[in-house]
Structure formats: structure tokens, C-alpha cells
Design a protein around this ligand. Structure first.
Ligand code: PLP
Length: 373
């Protein structure tokens, strides 16, 4: 193989267990498996989680939910970011639960359930508590009026999403919690008490922001072994121990010795300071290696760190093999993972590439083969 990822389903199961333990049975853990489970494989990951007792999974689109149903996943599936008119029928047909973002859509969901003769059609309502993306900004009274007017639509969950959960210098998360609480309390006063209240993704679980746990939490990144470091400020100690489940490898297609002063790759960005051995990897930005790693990233070759030399190109990347002269074409190097004492994770790659770890994982392209270990 040219380039592949190895996913440990055992690690995913252990991370899920750690999340359940962290919330200590206080909240239902709904693992987020959107974007093909952050590239780990939504079907295999979902099967693993179901096998571990997961009752809820979350995806972004109806299509992602249908893929899981077609693969035999029976857990409840929350579709968080797709209430497009053309997809709504499939929600009912496949037993998917939508997150609804506007009061008009609550009424539409109610009419759909009636037209299809469905007694109770559950939905979760998203409150825009200050992120300014999806969610209704209506107050409790207005929401209560619409909820009361529905016959078949059943408000099962009330949720919101944080914009700055990793920033402990900002008051935005507290403000969002307060705003959300106001709506939740207003609804409760009106006699409307949804079964699930949920606000937290990985970070509020990992850093134990208990007031944001509600009755359900929605971790994604942590399921795959990552908790982002706090971007600002000092927070409580990290409560959660998880470890990365994905290793990314590429084969060496060519090895050669270059004289001093030779240029390497597009734009001649790198020039050898002395004679050196280089390796050409069968992977490039079309596989998801960020182009920004050109001349600054590194991989692990023969158990040692090896610098990326020159530009990352579409299908090939050149590395310094001076420290691992024994490697030959066909040998594998590690783009992300561990070899001996050397370790590279998605957060390190993201820092070097000027992006975020989520984007590094989701950026591993479809042509990269996935192997389960
Ligand atoms: C992606 C997503 C999550 C999971 O976020 P992580 O940071 O990966 O834990 C939770 N809730 C919503 C609404 C999301 O879109």
C-alpha cells in the first residue's frame, strides 16, 4: 500500500469507556460519529460503540445517518446539522432524530408526522445561546407556544453548543450557559421538561465543567483520543484520559543520495547543506498531508524523527533519511503515530501546519486505505 491508516477499535472502546466513567453515570454519552467518525470509519466505530452499550450516536447529515442504518446500526441517531427540505422524509423513513433550529421547522416536523400517520416524532431543539450559528434565538414563551401547538412532534431534547469552550479567559461559555438556562427554566415553568438537556462536546467533559453536562454529553474528538489543550487561560485539571486511535503511514517509493547543494522538489525550496540521503514517500497533499508542512514538518522513519524536505507535492513527499540509512523502498514510515520513543499526533501536526487537529484527521483523504487493528 502507498498510504494507509490503522485504526484501533480497542482504543475507541477504551476512550468511550473513559468518557462514561468521567461523567460517572450522570449523563448519557452520545458519541459524535460525523464526518465518517473523524475519518476513523463511522460504521465500524458505531458498531464498536454499540457493542459497548452506546444507546445514542450523533451525525451531521441525514446521509450519514442513513449510512449507519443501512449498516444495521440500531442505536438512536441524532442528526445535528441537516434539516434541509429535501432530506426530511428520510429522517422519518430511517428512524433518525433531527435537531431542529427554527420554530417554523418545529411546526413543519409536526405536519410531516401527521401526514405520515406517525404518532410521536421526536426532535431535539437547538438554542442559539450565543454562538451565532445554528439554533433559535427565540425566548422561552415563544418556544413554549409553538411546542404546545404541536400534536405529534415531541420535544425530546433541548441543546446548545459552545463557541469558546477551550478558552478559560473568556466569559462566553458562562454567558452561554446562563442564556441557555434562562430558556430551559422558562420552559420548565411552562411545564415543558425535555428528557435530555445537552450542551457539552469533548472539552467541557474533559475539563469537568459539570454545570454544562446536563443529561447528555456529545463528545467527538475525545472518542478518537484527543482533547484539545486550552487555548487561553488556566482551567481545571484535565479529568479525562484518552489516547489516539489512529496511526497514519506511508511507504517509501525511492531512496537516493544527493550531493551537497542539490535542490529538492517544487520551487527548489530546500537545498542540501551536505551530501545526504533522501527518501521519497508515496503520499502527498492529495492524501491529506497538509501542504503547510512543506520544509517544516516531520515524520518518523526507522524510529527516529525525519524532516520533510522541500514542498509537499500532490502524491509525493520527500524526507531526510540521514538518520535512518537502512530504510529502503517498500519500507513504511509513520506520518502520525508512534515508533519507539518517537511520537507525532494530530495536535503536533496541526501546530506545525497552522491548523487544528480536527482538520488534520478529517483531511486524511478518501483514497487513503483504512485498516482495523
Ligand atoms: C462536532 C460536534 C460535537 C463534538 O465536538 P468535539 O469537540 O469533537 O467533541 C458536539 N456537538 C456538536 C453540535 C457538534 O457539531
Amino acid at each position: 500500500m502507498r498510504c494507509w491508516i490503522e485504526v484501533s477499535l480497542g482504543r475507541i472502546a477504551a476512550n468511550y469507556d473513559a468518557l462514561r466513567e468521567a461523567v460517572n453515570g450522570e449523563a448519557e454519552v452520545m458519541a459524535v460519529v460525523k464526518a465518517d467518525a473523524y475519518r476513523h470509519g463511522a460504521v465500524e466505530v458505531s458498531r464498536t460503540l454499540e457493542g459497548r452499550g452506546a444507546r445514542w450516536l450523533a451525525v451531521s447529515s441525514v446521509e450519514e445517518g442513513v449510512t449507519l442504518r443501512d449498516a444495521g446500526i440500531g442505536a438512536r441517531i441524532l442528526v445535528m446539522a441537516d434539516f434541509l427540505p429535501g432530506e426530511r422524509e428520510a429522517l422519518l423513513a430511517y428512524g433518525l432524530t433531527p435537531v431542529i433550529h427554527t420554530l417554523g421547522d418545529v411546526a413543519a416536523w409536526d405536519r410531516m408526522a401527521e401526514a405520515r400517520g406517525i404518532e410521536r416524532a421526536a426532535y431535539h431543539l437547538k438554542i442559539d445561546s450565543g454562538m451565532g450559528r445554528l439554533g433559535t434565538r427565540a425566548g422561552a414563551q415563544e418556544i413554549a407556544a409553538v411546542v404546545r401547538a404541536t400534536q405529534r412532534a415531541r420535544l425530546e431534547g433541548l441543546m446548545t453548543h459552545f463557541a469558546s469552550a477551550a478558552n478559560y479567559e473568556s466569559a462566553q461559555t458562562e454567558e452561554q450557559i446562563a442564556q441557555f438556562e434562562e430558556v430551559r427554566r422558562g420552559l420548565a415553568d411552562a411545564g415543558i421538561v425535555p428528557e435530555f438537556v445537552h450542551l457539552a462536546s469533548s472539552i467541557p467533559v474533559a475539563y469537568a465543567r459539570r454545570e454544562a453536562w446536563g443529561k447528555m454529553v456529545r463528545p467527538g474528538h475525545a472518542v478518537y483520543g484527543y482533547v484539545s489543550p486550552l487555548v487561553r487561560g488556566v482551567g481545571p485539571a484535565k479529568l479525562l484520559k484518552v489516547s489516539p486511535a489512529l496511526t497514519w503511514k506511508a511507504s517509501i517509493v525511492a531512496v537516493k543520495d544527493l550531493p551537497a547543494g542539490a535542490r529538492v522538489g517544487y520551487g527548489g525550496m530546500y537545498r542540501t547543506p551536505a551530501s545526504m540521503r533522501i527518501g521519497v514517500l508515496a503520499a502527498g497533499y492529495a492524501d491529506g498531508i497538509p501542504h503547510r508542512l512543506s520544509n517544516r514538518g516531520r515524520v518518523i522513519a526507522g524510529g527516529k524523527y525525519a524532516a520533510i524536505l522541500g514542498a509537499v507535492s500532490m502524491d509525493l513527499t520527500t524526507i531526510d533519511l540521514t538518520q535512518a540509512p537502512q530504510l529502503k523502498p517498500g519500507d513504511a514510515v509513520t506520518l502520525l503515530g508512534e515508533e519507539g520513543d518517537a511520537r507525532i499526533d494530530a495536535q503536533q501536526i496541526a501546530r506545525t501546519a497552522g491548523t487544528i487537529s480536527y482538520s488534520v484527521l478529517c483531511g486524511i483523504s478518501a483514497r487513503v486505505k483504512r485498516v482495523y487493528v
